[in-house]
Design a protein around this ligand. Sequence first.
Ligand code: THU
Length: 129
Amino acid sequence: MSDSDLVLAARAARGFARAEFSKFKVGAALETTDGMIVTGCNIENATYGLTICAERVAMFKALSEGHRAFRRIAVVADTEAPTPPCGACRQILWEFGGDLEVILANLRRETGRHRLSDLLPLPFDKRLL
Ligand code: THU
């Protein structure tokens, strides 16, 4: 699968975002090691704190469908500057996805590419328990 397939899937998922409060729509597409794509979008709530980001929706969907191993995640927002995963999402992505490649894009172009280990140095994880 090409990078642009993954970015296009994230962009399509962004169309389903429920971002009535922030108006900040985000889409994510997670690639499994067997080449499947699982998407997510951000879902906000009137209580604000129950909002869940696109990346976590994608990961929780994937886990709940039985996927266990992941290669990459694309994240799309309509911003000039890159929209990287928030701290909570970094932790969840690390926990279940390991050192993913993280591809950031806006509606026109790629805006960044990182290893998750660079975005989350010195993570807390089960090796420390
Ligand atoms: N958001 C995401 O879904 N992913 C990110 O990487 C950054 C932030 C959402 C959460 C909230 O619904 C809105 O964007 C503004 O923070």
